[in-house]
Design a binder for this molecule. Structure first.
Ligand code: ATP
Length: 506
């Protein structure tokens, strides 16, 4: 409600002064002069205050940040190699001017959050023996036109001053979330953003090979498509480096880095297995897994971190902290059958893929199945995606089998199944053939979703029906033990009938 209070006050004060001057007859000139002086002082104080934060708080902190080398960054081998190649331009400056190569001014790191873009920028500063100055795009956002632009000027000035003070020949300026200031200019409402970006372009254009210190701007974003083309053209951000989610080898490397200062149970802990189970995790999430595992070990007053702590930490990072929600006996049984539906379908479609079945409230869920991707996968075939949909529908199918109807517990599963249908349609994997999905009407979407989901629901129900006795034997174990490891669950599964056998028998 008071979001625009400041603006309203700014508008109201001049009107009030004019009213006093012309209608009441008060001489307001001394008042106006006083207001201008106070306003000016406040503005200067605010600008200084803000600038102290630009630069990653480098002015405020007593201790300089610890230098970080590329060895302390796990995975990202290709990104590191590309970055080092680019940085060599900054180091071998004589060679560069001999060949008349223009200086490298900017490097853009693109990728999902928590993949190590800030770490790479810090390591770049260390590798090139440069001073490091950092800011985030959001720090430049101000309502007043011109403030963002002056902060950009200050940031570059700070880098130059810091380099001179520390006797360094180069400076790395890192701007995280650069899309906030470098977004496409529309020339309309966003004048402040435009001025900030223009100032950044001016600063980039003012960088020359002969200058000391040589300045390199590193920008980071996870929305490259939002950036203005003026920023992306050669001569500005010359190199674009993708910093992706780590693969299994990368994940193991990152886990090992963050395990270095932690007491692990040397014989029992298998970080490769944890890397396997944490498919899709970013570096920041993997760091969190190691940290949470250490907290679990400490809470249990143990001496070392065990595999069990790491496994619990994966659940926590994936699904959120355990909650205290007390479900009724009926709800617990329904949730157990629902989760067994997912788990049995998963194990029959992809044997060996279930890593845990749990009947514990966590985040929004009352129970969950953790799947264990045997290998990282980046391309999916139609049968694979159909299998994924069947696993997602397995919970609802089990509820229908035992209760004759579903519950709200399947909502998330249906969202997941429908997003897979969408990706099948967009990849031309349905009987619609190759189609521009943006031209599909809602009716057409409803039709294709309905057809695919109903058919797969029937298939998964048939599969679960022929394994009804597995539910009965696993239910009591799951409700008593609350968590079943993948191996324990497989032992209960016994001689379950996979789908191919069912089809062959028909
Ligand atoms: P954002 O886009 O959200 O700013 P980012 O890509 O800049 O994220 P970082 O700030 O570099 O991510 O990483 C956050 C934390 O995650 C790091 O401090 C580190 O602990 C951990 N981390 C991320 N990636 C890696 C990695 N490749 N190796 C080791 N640790 C990593």
């Amino acid at each position: 409600m008071f979001k625009y209070g400041k603006e309203m006050a700014i508008g109201f004060v001049p009107i009030f002064i004019l009213f006093l001057q012309f209608f009441v007859g008060v001489n307001t000139i001394p008042l106006v002069l006083l207001a201008v002086i106070v306003g000016g002082l406040l503005f200067m104080a605010k600008t200084r205050g803000n600038l102290a934060t630009v630069g990653g708080g480098s002015r405020g902190k007593a201790r300089p940040p610890k230098p970080l080398s590329f060895d302390q960054i796990g995975g990202q081998d290709r990104a590191k190699q590309e970055l080092v190649e680019a940085l060599d331009f900054l180091i071998h400056v004589d060679q560069i001017s001999k060949f008349g190569i223009r200086p490298l001014k900017g490097i853009l790191l693109t990728g999902p959050p928590g993949t190590g873009k800030t770490l790479l920028a810090k390591a770049a500063a260390h590798y090139t023996d440069s001073v490091y100055v950092a800011a985030s795009g959001s720090e430049f956002v101000e309502m007043y036109v011109g403030v963002g632009a002056s902060r950009i000027r200050e940031l570059f000035k700070e880098a130059r001053q810091k380099a001179a003070k520390q006797n360094k020949e180069s400076a790395v300026i890192f701007i995280d979330e650069i899309d906030v200031i470098g977004g496409k200019r529309d020339g309309g409402q966003q004048r402040e953003y435009d001025q900030t970006l223009n100032q950044l372009l001016t600063e980039l254009d003012g960088i020359h090979t002969s200058d000391t210190p040589r300045i390199l701007l590193i920008g980071a974003t996870n929305r490259k498509e939002m950036l203005d083309s003026a920023l992306l053209r050669p001569g500005r951000f010359d190199r674009h480096i993708a910093v992706d989610l780590p693969d299994k080898k990368g994940r193991a490397h990152i886990l090992n880095i963050h395990a270095q200062n932690k007491p692990l149970h040397s014989e029992e802990v298998n970080l490769d297995k944890i890397a396997e189970e944490s498919f899709g995790f970013s570096g920041a999430q993997l760091e969190s897994v190691m940290n949470e595992a250490a907290i679990y070990a400490m809470r249990e007053e143990g001496e070392v971190i065990n595999q069990r702590h790491l496994s619990m930490a994966i659940d926590k990072v994936m699904m959120g902290e355990r909650t205290d929600r007390e479900a009724t006996h009926e709800e617990r049984e329904r949730v157990a059958l629902h989760e067994l539906g997912h788990a049995i379908a998963a194990e029959l479609i992809r044997p060996g893929s279930v890593s845990q079945v749990a009947l514990l409230p966590r985040g929004q869920a009352l129970g969950y199945v953790r799947h264990n991707p045997q290998q990282d996968k980046y391309l999916y075939t139609k049968p694979f995606l159909e299998g994924q949909i069947m696993i997602a529908l397995g919970g609802a199918a089990a509820e229908e089998m035992f209760y004759g109807g579903r519950s709200t517990g399947s909502r998330g599963d249906f969202d997941q199944a429908m997003s897979i249908v969408r990706s099948m349609v967009e990849s031309g994997l349905t009987d619609l053939g190759i189609i521009d999905s943006s031209m599909m009407t809602p009716d057409k979407w409803a039709d294709v979703n309905g057809r695919i989901l109903n058919e797969l629901m029937e298939r998964v129900k048939r599969m679960l029906e022929s394994n009804r006795e597995v539910f009965t034997s696993a239910l009591s174990v799951l409700t008593t033990e609350e968590t079943l490891s993948g191996d324990r669950f497989r032992s209960l599964l016994g001689n379950a009938v996979p789908e191919e056998q069912l089809l062959a028998a028909q």
